[in-house]
Design a binder for this molecule. Structure first.
Ligand SMILES: Nc1ncnc2c1ncn2[C@@H]1O[C@H](COP(=O)(O)OP(=O)(O)OP(=O)(O)O)[C@@H](O)[C@H]1O
Length: 300
């Protein structure tokens, strides 16, 4: 970390992005501390790709500010480009080039390039450097894009669904190789995904993008330990149409007449409010733990 760098790798304030009159990002605020790994979760179309592209200055924004590594990011240029690695969702560049030539060519644009790391990852991920990029599978192309993004030794790495086209075994191997390379090195990593099981294996923070804003950020471990589902079931014959309002809950909905809440078990005020409500309504209150997938389904 450089002396002039602050505690956050990313500072976003009031970010707005609109397409065809519709707000995809609605005044989004987000601060990402340096050195953290973030799994950015959100439903299809929630705006994950849009958010990553806005962070990189790859598309004009309709409002707000984005600061990356301590500088405003209005467009991708200048010194900081050596410090940012980006892996887009699909990698379609230079299909006619052979892998080795592509990496040689790309390395010339960067002031540092870890050729030994490239060689190691190409070998571990079984990518034949004599092949043309167009003949690689979609998963191998994604891996090549990741190698390209890591080789310059960036301080911030943004990966847009890096494991989406890999099968479960390949995903596991791939993450096992990748994570030690980027975690604990002081690097900040943001990767978007909807594969929640991948996050279970990683020491990461989960950030949930919902309704154009970051609705929730927590370390995976804290989610496992603290986030629960509370179900409030009224007497037989009475069904909730709307969930009664409870301050502090993370999400609320009605399922088969029961009111279901996502709650932070470490938040005593919310728990007290829920218990008081159950007593008032003479309803049964029960708690269950949530897997990350359940949490995604409940909250996304
Ligand atoms: N260039 C564009 N022009 C018009 N609408 C767009 C454009 N890019 C994205 N959108 C819209 O913005 C919304 C968010 O899209 P985005 O690709 O950011 O979502 P996502 O969360 O990455 O989705 P997925 O998980 O399916 O990849 C969608 O409704 C999409 O149709």
């Amino acid at each position: 970390m450089r002396v002039e760098d602050g505690p956050h790798a990313v500072e976003i304030r009031g970010l707005r992005k609109r397409f065809d009159g519709q707000d995809v990002l609605q005044g989004l605020d987000w601060s990402i501390p340096r050195g953290r790994t973030i799994g950015l979760l959100g439903r299809n179309g929630a705006g994950k790709t849009t958010l990553l592209r806005c962070m990189l200055g790859l598309m004009p924004i309709n409002g707000g500010t984005v600061e990356i590594l301590g500088e405003p990011m209005d467009e991708p240029r200048g010194e900081r480009l050596h410090r940012i690695g980006y892996v887009p969702q699909t990698f379609d560049l230079f299909p006619w080039m052979k892998v080795a030539a592509f990496l040689d060519f790309t390395s010339a644009f960067y002031r540092s390039w870890d050729a030994a790391l490239c060689a190691r990852l190409l070998e571990e991920w079984s990518i034949d450097t004599r092949k043309r990029i167009s003949t690689l599978s979609q998963g191998q192309r994604q891996m090549l894009a990741i190698i390209r993004a890591l080789a310059p030794g960036p301080d911030l790495i943004l990966l847009d669904e890096p494991v989406a086209s890999l099968d479960p075994k390949a995903r596991r191997d791939f993450l096992a190789t990748l994570m030690p390379l980027i975690q604990g090195t002081g690097r900040t990593v943001v990767f978007s995904t909807h594969i929640t099981t991948d996050l279970e294996r990683i020491d990461a923070d989960i950030a949930l993008l919902r309704d154009g804003a970051i609705a929730f950020t927590r370390p995976v471990q804290a989610v496992r330990e603290q986030i629960q589902k509370a179900v409030l079931r009224a007497d037989a014959g009475t069904a909730y149409v709307e969930p009664p309002q409870v301050p502090g809950v993370l999400a609320a909905r009605v399922d088969s007449g029961a009111a279901c809440y996502v709650v932070d078990a470490g938040d005593p005020e919310t728990l007290t409010s829920l218990q008081a409500l159950a007593k008032r309504e003479q309803a049964q209150l029960s708690f269950t733990t949530l897997s990350l997938e359940d949490l995604f389904v409940e909250m996304a």
